[in-house]
Design a protein around this ligand. Structure first.
Ligand SMILES: Cc1cc2nc3c(=O)[nH]c(=O)nc-3n(C[C@H](O)[C@H](O)[C@H](O)COP(=O)(O)OP(=O)(O)OC[C@H]3O[C@@H](n4cnc5c(N)ncnc54)[C@H](O)[C@@H]3O)c2cc1C
Length: 514
């Protein structure tokens, strides 16, 4: 039976895990060890709506933590210069298109496009037609009444991840024993890690070690030898340059802009902007990438070099063969990472935490190999699914203007013979794993993918989708549908224009002077 838990690592993953134990399994003895010599990664500011489940199960209210973490609300992600290198963009507004109140449904879209190619020309028209959050993005508004979408998943946060970890440490983790020391060695047996030795000379043992040591994956990979499997075959980006700008423009979406050798993120916090260039060293070198990024900062923010600092980070795109092996389970970067284009980093953190807590709660801390295998199955599918999903953002692009874009659109073989997020699972083991752990349908839904393909003008419902629709609704009545879509969009714009801007709303609520 598990009762003594040692978390190694004090980044977002470490403190989010510790906070979950404190609130949900208070009878466990939890120790968190973090090295004073190894800094946290210090990036990771854009989240997805699923983080609200983590906030809810821990009982965390926006008014409590957002202000200290300089957080803002986010309703979607914008992809600029991904479709073409001409300033066009398409959006991924939160909420699956099939959940929204579209008059007819997503499968009408290709008929409309076929019949009225000029009218439905903009790569973003699909998102605009099916999801009200797109209009919130367009006019930078927030909707306190949540008329659009589904509660829980139609908004998330931009937050300072370091501050969030520290906020959890100070305000939630009151009973977590906190040790600042470097893990120097581990005693490994055939059962797993018996104990770890710190640079203070202390030797610490545990029933369960949670590896939150970042890309290093100290316990899972280094000491237990669990293999790392790279996603570089479909995701060639392997470097990032991160930067903080004193510039504030409170937008309700994260923007990703395609550059010559990768893309730049732009995350608006309340007090600053987080930005960074994710690039591949297959096509350029450090100095050129840095110059390209500096030019981009000057062009988009008007800020010249000398007014900010750059931090180079090596990215390890991939996952480990297992997340839970023997008495070690990995959470966060130590288990795996998909480049941050779709903000899936912290999602994999809180979803993994939720699974671990659920398993420990199910049978009072008794965890057998079948439990671990089920968890591993879902974690693995989640990672594969995210890797595929992110890779599509490049795969469907029309860009061919650099070696990088030619490579990602023409040379990578995107077909992989595996079963990832969007493939229905058909064996009893996977079904049981899904029944146990999958709360948000992230392994089954097609929603996000539809925004990607439609944003790149790849109409994807000519086939079975169209036939099924005809069976259900009869012959397509394109004129009538077009009218319905137009009315819907008109009404959406009217409604949106009456809402407070993101900044106004935040000033009235989270950042109101008291
Ligand atoms: C470029 C980039 C951009 C990202 N953007 C996003 C984003 O927009 N949204 C998102 O959700 N996620 C994003 N992520 C992911 C996100 O940053 C991470 O998922 C999150 O911060 C969790 O990191 P971590 O805690 O696993 O690792 P880290 O922050 O690296 O923490 C590792 C911890 O382990 C400790 N440690 C290491 N070795 C030892 C040792 N020997 N002894 C003791 N302690 C040790 C360190 O001291 C540290 O406390 C991004 C990641 C990268 C690389």
């Amino acid at each position: 039976m598990i009762r003594n838990v040692v978390i190694v690592g004090g980044g977002s993953a470490g403190w989010m895990t510790a906070a979950a134990f404190e609130r949900l399994l208070p009878e466990y003895n939890v120790t968190l060890i973090e090295s004073p010599d190894v800094p946290v990664i210090g990036v990771g500011e854009s989240t997805l709506g699923h983080i609200n489940s983590y906030m809810h199960i821990l009982g965390l209210k926006d008014e409590e933590w957002m202000k200290e973490c300089c957080a803002t609300y986010k309703v979607g992600i914008r992809f600029t210069n991904f479709y073409k290198n001409d300033g066009t963009y398409w959006d991924y507004p939160f909420v699956d298109p099939s959940d929204t109140a579209m008059p007819v449904g997503v499968k009408t879209m290709n008929w409309l496009e076929d019949k009225y190619p000029d009218k439905y020309r903009h790569p973003n028209w699909f998102a605009r037609a099916v999801n009200g959050n797109t209009w919130l993005m367009e006019y930078n508004r927030l909707d306190p009444d949540e008329r659009w979408g589904v509660f829980d998943r139609d908004y998330s946060y931009h937050l300072d991840a370091i501050k969030f970890g520290q906020w959890l440490r100070k305000n939630v983790c009151h009973n977590v024993k906190h040790i600042k020391a470097h893990v120097e060695d581990a005693h490994v047996t055939d059962k797993g890690i018996e104990n770890i030795r710190l640079d203070t000379g202390d030797v610490i043992s545990a029933d369960l070690f949670v590896d939150c040591t970042g890309f290093k994956s100290l316990l899972l990979e280094h000491y237990l030898g669990v293999e790392h499997k790279s996603f570089n075959d479909i995701l060639p980006n392997n470097n990032a340059i991160a930067c903080r700008l004193n510039h504030v423009d409170v937008q309700n979406f994260t923007n990703g802009t395609g550059l010559k050798n990768g893309w730049v993120w732009n995350v608006p916090l309340w007090n600053r902007t987080g930005t960074g260039y994710v690039w591949s060293d297959k096509f350029t070198d450090k100095e050129s990438a840095e110059q390209e990024f500096r030019d981009h900062i000057e062009e988009t923010h008007g800020i010249t070099p000398g007014n900010y600092q750059l931090k180079h980070i090596k990215i390890k795109n991939g996952k480990h063969a297992k997340a839970w092996h023997k008495n070690v389970v990995a959470v966060g970067l130590s288990y795996g990472f998909v480049e941050p284009l779709e903000s899936t980093g912290l999602l994999t953190v809180h979803e993994q935490i939720r699974r671990i807590i659920e398993l420990l709660q199910t049978r009072d801390g008794v965890v057998g190999s079948i439990d671990k295998s089920l968890l591993n199955n879902v974690a693995d599918r989640e990672m594969d699914g995210f890797a595929d999903f992110v890779s599509w953002h490049y795969a469907f692009s029309m860009r061919r203007d650099s070696e990088y874009w030619r490579y990602v659109t023409e040379e990578i073989d995107y077909y992989r013979d595996h079963r990832g997020m969007n493939h229905p699972q058909d064996n009893i083991f996977s079904e049981l794993a899904a029944n146990k752990f999958i709360q948000h349908d992230i392994t089954e839904e097609m929603g996000g993918n539809l925004y990607v393909v439609m944003g790149n003008k790849f109409s994807c419902v000519q086939g079975q989708g169209a036939m099924l629709l005809e069976k259900k609704y009869g012959a397509p009545n394109v004129e009538e549908w077009s009218q319905q879509v137009d009315n819907h969009m008109r009404e959406a714009v009217q409604y949106t224009m009456g809402l407070p801007t993101s900044e106004e709303y935040l000033r009235q609520t989270i950042y109101a002077e008291t």
